[in-house]
Design a protein around this ligand. Structure first.
Ligand SMILES: [Zn+2]
Length: 246
């Protein structure tokens, strides 16, 4: 986990937490955005990416999407990954609109592609069972802290609200195991609120349309390079998309 909630209710990235703690000379208590238990810094000095971790004997049912997408399903072949990349690009306008209408109203193509670069990482694309419908939500998870909030993708239903430092009302049937987005938000009154949003896997309309303006913007922002698509292939995709543009 790369974000935690400090004892004065701020959402903080691991790098900032370390920097602040080193300046202060003390590592103040910091808590899990999911279960509210205290977190510690791990992998301070090894090659492993520094992250927040629970105490060894403390359980937390938060699972990152990379963990659970790889726990079932078959390994994607390189051909399937190529088809997947194409599918993402062909549905990119709908993915963009979904994010803009449901989450980031101020989203523009520059920010959209900046974060999409992280999503296009081969390690993410080859996750088993990951498909085009998940992309807006993976994108949100990769966004990091934005507008005083952070988005966490998980599928864990075991959220023990009684043990939380921050009590929130039931928003989700916690006995069900479904993919969800948890939004942790810093409020103006110095509190943290959290919202649980179920993942919508039916937002793609296969009679899709594309916006000419959007297509020209993402092309100039090198969308085909981001997904390492060959020039012959990208020409074909571009032709196809121009045919459905308005
Ligand atoms: Zn936790």
């Amino acid at each position: 986990m790369f974000y935690s909630i400090t004892d004065n209710n701020r959402i903080i990235h691991i790098n900032d937490y370390r920097l602040e703690s080193e300046n202060k000379g003390v590592y103040s208590p910091t808590f899990c955005p999911f279960c509210g238990k205290e977190l510690f810094v791990r992998a301070k000095n090894s090659n492993e990416k520094t992250h927040f971790s629970h105490k060894r004997n403390q359980s937390c049912s938060f699972k990152s999407y990379t963990e659970f997408f790889n726990s079932a399903g078959h390994t994607k072949t390189s051909e399937e990954i190529e088809i997947f990349k194409e599918c993402i690009i062909k549905n990119l306008y709908q993915i963009f609109l979904k994010l803009q209408s449901d989450f980031i109203y101020s989203l523009d193509t520059t920010l959209f592609l900046k974060i999409l670069k992280k999503v296009s990482n081969p390690k993410i694309l080859k996750l088993r069972n990951l498909n085009c419908n998940h992309i807006p939500y993976i994108w949100l998870n990769e966004l990091g802290k934005f507008d005083n909030q952070v988005y966490l993708y998980t599928n864990s239903g075991k959220l023990d609200l009684n043990k939380l430092k921050y009590k929130i009302p039931y928003l989700w049937n916690i006995t069900e195991k479904k993919d969800i987005i948890i939004i942790a938000q810093e409020n103006k009154d110095n509190t943290i609120s959290r919202t649980i949003i179920p993942i919508d896997l039916n937002f793609l309309d296969y009679n899709f349309e594309y916006s000419y303006k959007f297509l020209s913007e993402i092309t100039s922002l090198k969308i085909f390079d981001i997904f390492s698509i060959s020039s012959e292939k990208s020409e074909l995709i571009l032709k196809e998309l121009l045919n459905v543009c308005k």
